[in-house]
Design a protein around this ligand. Structure first.
Ligand code: B3K
Ligand code: ZN
Length: 874
């Protein structure tokens, strides 16, 4: 397949200023008429007689008419990529008629059918599956859209912008005309038609505009929209307060659909969501679901400015809108909830998803240099590492300087399609700053490794911190340059308070920072708040970690110290397990007394009522199996699983009374409320239950079964079910059967049931997953189902996926091959876990590479899957 390079960017030869679309909707054959007001691009010097190219795929072309003259078929050419003809003038009107088949669109890109509704997904390149068009983000046009459809099955007709006309047609059909006054790239086009219920509210902007807010869902789900609506209203207010950005139309629509390739889509004034990220009520959604709904609703809303009003010039600039918008939604959530807890979650996520990507075969810079299929670049690197880059700008400039930069950016570029460099330039210009070195974060892949060393001079009362940085080579980037980054440092005195708290700027490979007036030898709290997205390699003694766990003024680093301690302990025991032939318990003992010291420190955290409960819940969770496998080479999934399990058992046994108290004290009789404080209490109680059950004292499994039966909300039920899930307890089967019966018809909720079973550490899991493929609620055509059952198996069950006999891989490759013919985008995304072969032992390397070979041997493999599989095997 063809590789597209960033350096080859050229402005478009012709632009489209205005689009008029008429859709005659039908599930099998939808007719699309477009009228494009085309103009030559002066910057390209094009004009009459030059070739015009319009992207188009998988459509039937019926006619092409230029300035009212219908072209003979010899006057244009069509191939798999698009349509070519000769421009009749510098400005002309092109009318194009096409047919598409929404019901047969299993890729879920372009116009497709989800349940009974028509909907669209155009980012990145789906619009070219609707009509012929210069489908690139630097072509921005105004849209007028007419939708004709059957009135009975599609009473609701929606597109972007304002409704300007509607009425009845003959034959039981009706129409609506929508006009969007804001020029936009084609990827932001959207259309929805169906029989949907609507929940309404409103928002008054600070300048007094009344905005109608509507959420459309399938009938019967009207009572599950409150939290999404509330999140939307809070997002609108937050963007005014923190960014000075107001909404710019009189209505804002959200539609929830069941079949969706990703989380949600920010189409102008018509956001389309995966129903999973809208629907919630206490007995169907967990606290985590509520949190995700809040952040994704906010994310898509924030895109109205960071993405829509100012968009990307080309897809290499994707992080311009995604990194910035993720940073915005993270900060929104931090303001709505607990800031340190939010930071912990964001960093844990970055470590679990982005660091492995950056250290593996698919590593790429935040602003990639090339791609085969752009959909493969909606990655943790572009999103989450991109957000870290914006966060570093925020740290370096301070909140006020950052805001000045943001104001200049939106002022300067409103209505334009721009680049990451344009963003950085606005930040620099508004602050007289120099980001030339900071910008390397855009172009250089890989996670930097930092080490530090402290030297205390008691006579001079001076503390010298020497920091070094290096970044390992990544594919295509053998040599790395030093990066510019802010490192927040605390120097703690013996009483635990800060002697010094300061953010230093690292710019060199090796750099010394001298702190004066330090009256005693301090304990260093390094990279507070994860001020730079790096791996810190320096080992601090256990005693210092315990001290930081109990005293650090920076809550993030308290958590971090505990994670480091736990990681070191488990890595030691994992090595021991491999040497002693598989005894996790004695491997833990062989690490010495540090286990007890660690458990004592965990206990102190558990009992520290000054810390908020959500924080304590997070601090008590051991680093996950996936994270541990990143730290071991070769990684032994069985050893990792057994050691982590054994340590959890130790902690559970040692702190049995404390966890039992915690469990009972944190029950609640109050009605479920999704706020952060109540959620924190539930999370802490769930953690306690988890450890009680991990102790393997039988009565606690009964307690979990009891909790499942008596809980009045999904959070507590899932907490119980997720611990039962790994056991051979009768409560497990009962609870799973109950869950299945209650939610048989409720796709979004049933997904939890599929995922649980796929992630079970029981030995029968793979067999069960295979059975579940023929469950009536499962279909390979629905991405949520595929992710819940197949994806969760690979990512959430490393032990079964990496089974030594290769059974996990074999099953998985069959699914990838099957899925590639249905939905290549989702298939490609699912392929990534196989690319981690370099982390494993020789047998697994062989099996995983063979698995990738088998993927690559698939006839008619998609560009999406080919790119991931071929890069993964290299
Ligand atoms: N912009 C969309 C993602 C589109 C993914 C296309 N494969 C959602 C978001 O980031 O807000
Ligand atoms: Zn986004």
């Amino acid at each position: 397949p063809h590789v597209i390079h960033r350096k080859d960017y050229k402005e478009p030869d012709f632009i489209v200023e205005k689009v008029e679309l008429v859709f005659d909707l039908d599930r099998d054959i939808t007719n699309v008429k477009s009228r494009l007001f085309v103009a030559a691009n002066p910057a390209r010097g094009t004009g009459k007689g030059d070739e015009v190219f319009l992207h188009g795929e998988d459509m039937k072309l019926l006619s092409v008419t230029l300035d009212d003259a219908r072209l003979a078929s010899s006057d244009f050419t069509v191939d798999a990529e698009g349509l070519r003809f000769v421009a009749p003038g510098e400005n002309f009107i092109a009318e194009i008629e096409t047919q598409i088949s929404p019901a047969n669109n299993t890729r879920l890109e372009g116009l497709y059918v989800s349940q009974s509704a028509f909907c669209t997904q155009c980012e990145a390149e789906g619009f070219r599956r609707i009509t012929y068009f210069p489908d690139r983000p630097d072509v921005m046009a105004t849209y007028k859209v007419t939708i004709n459809a059957d009135k009975a099955s599609c009473p609701v007709l929606l597109s972007n912008g304002n409704l300007i006309d509607s009425g009845d047609l003959e034959g039981g059909r009706h129409f609506a005309v929508w006009e969007d006054p804001f020029p936009k790239p084609s990827y932001l086009f959207a259309l929805v038609a169906g029989d949907l219920a609507c929940v309404e509210d409103s928002f008054k902007t600070r300048s007094g505009r009344d905005v109608a807010l509507r959420i459309f869902v399938e009938h019967g789900n009207e009572d599950r929209c409150d939290y999404a609506m509330d999140s939307l209203i809070r997002s609108m207010k937050w963007d005014e307060d923190v960014y000075g950005l107001e909404y710019d139309l009189d209505l804002f629509n959200i539609v929830a659909v069941s079949d969706f390739n990703m989380g949600a889509m920010e189409n102008k004034s018509l956001n389309i969501f995966n129903a999973k990220y809208i629907l919630a009520k206490p007995d169907t959604a967990t606290d985590m679901d509520y949190e995700l709904i809040e952040s994704i609703v906010a994310h898509e809303y924030f895109h109205n400015w960071s993405g829509n009003r100012v968009t990307c010039r080309d897809w290499f600039q994707l992080s311009l809108k995604e990194g910035l918008t993720v940073f915005r939604d993270q900060e929104f959530s931090a303001d709505q909830r607990s800031r340190p807890v939010q930071r912990i979650k964001d960093v844990a996520q970055l470590r679990a998803r982005q660091f492995p990507e950056d250290g593996g075969p698919l590593a790429h810079p935040v602003r990639p240099d090339s791609y085969m299929e752009i959909n493969n670049f909606y990655t943790a690197t572009v999103y989450e590492k991109g957000a870290e880059l914006i966060r570093m700008m925020h740290t370096l400039l301070g909140a006020d300087g950052y805001r000045k930069g943001i104001d200049l950016y939106f002022d300067r570029h409103d209505g334009q399609a721009v680049t990451c460099d344009d963003f950085a330039k606005a930040m620099e210009d508004a602050n007289d700053a120099d980001f030339s070195q900071l910008k390397r974060w855009y172009s250089q892949a890989g996670t930097p490794e930092l080490t530090w060393q402290g030297d205390y001079d008691a006579d001079a009362k001076q503390f010298t911190l020497t920091i070094t940085q290096k970044t390992d080579p990544t594919p295509g980037q053998p040599d790395k340059l030093p990066l510019h980054m802010p490192i927040a440092v605390g120097l703690l005195g013996a009483d635990g308070s800060d002697l010094v708290a300061k953010t230093v700027e690292l710019i060199q490979d090796r750099q010394e920072f001298v702190f004066d007036g330090v009256g005693q030898k301090p304990v260093v709290s390094f990279n507070r708040g994860f001020s730079a997205p790096v791996n810190v390699m320096t080992d601090q003694p256990d005693a210092e970690l315990v001290f930081l766990m109990g005293n650090d003024a920076d809550a993030f680093n308290r958590w971090e110290a505990g994670q480091k301690y736990a990681t070191r302990l488990m890595l030691g025991a994992i090595a021991g397990f491999e040497e002693n032939g598989g005894d996790a318990d004695s491997a833990l003992d062989a690490t010495g007394e540090s286990v007890d010291a660690f458990i004592a420190a965990m206990r102190a955290t558990l009992l520290n009522n000054d810390l908020d409960k959500a924080f304590r819940a997070d601090a008590l969770v051991l680093p996950g199996e996936e994270f541990l496998s990143e730290q071991r080479k070769p990684a032994n999934p069985e050893a990792i699983h057994q050691v982590r399990k054994a340590l959890r058992k130790r902690i559970g046994l040692a702190l049995l009374a404390d966890f039992a108290n915690c469990y009972h004290q944190n029950g609640s009789n109050a009605a479920f409320a999704p706020d952060a404080t109540s959620a924190g209490q539930r999370a802490l109680r769930a953690t306690a239950l988890g450890y009680l059950v991990a102790s393997e004292k039988g009565e606690y499994a009964d307690l979990a079964a009891e909790q499942y039966r008596t809980a009045d909300n999904m959070t507590d039920q899932m907490a119980a079910l997720s611990v039962l899930n790994h056991l051979d307890h009768p409560g497990r089967a009962d609870a799973l059967a109950d869950f299945e019966a209650r939610f048989a018809k409720d796709g979004v909720v049933l997904d939890k049931w599929f995922a649980l079973q796929a992630m079970s550490s029981r030995d029968d899991t793979l067999a069960r997953v295979k059975d579940l493929m023929s469950h009536p609620g499962f279909t390979m055509r629905n991405p949520n189902k595929v992710r819940s059952l197949i994806g969760a198996f690979a990512v959430g069950n490393p032990r079964a996926f990496h089974a030594k006999d290769g059974s996990g891989y074999a099953f998985y490759v069959d699914r990838l091959i099957e899925l590639d013919d249905i939905n290549p985008q989702v298939a490609a995304r699912l392929c990534a876990p196989l690319g981690k072969w370099a982390k494993y032992d020789a047998d697994r390397v062989g099996l995983m590479k063979a698995a990738l070979e088998r993927v690559l041997a698939k006839p008619e493999i998609s560009r999406d899957l080919y790119e991931i599989a071929s890069k993964s095997i290299a």
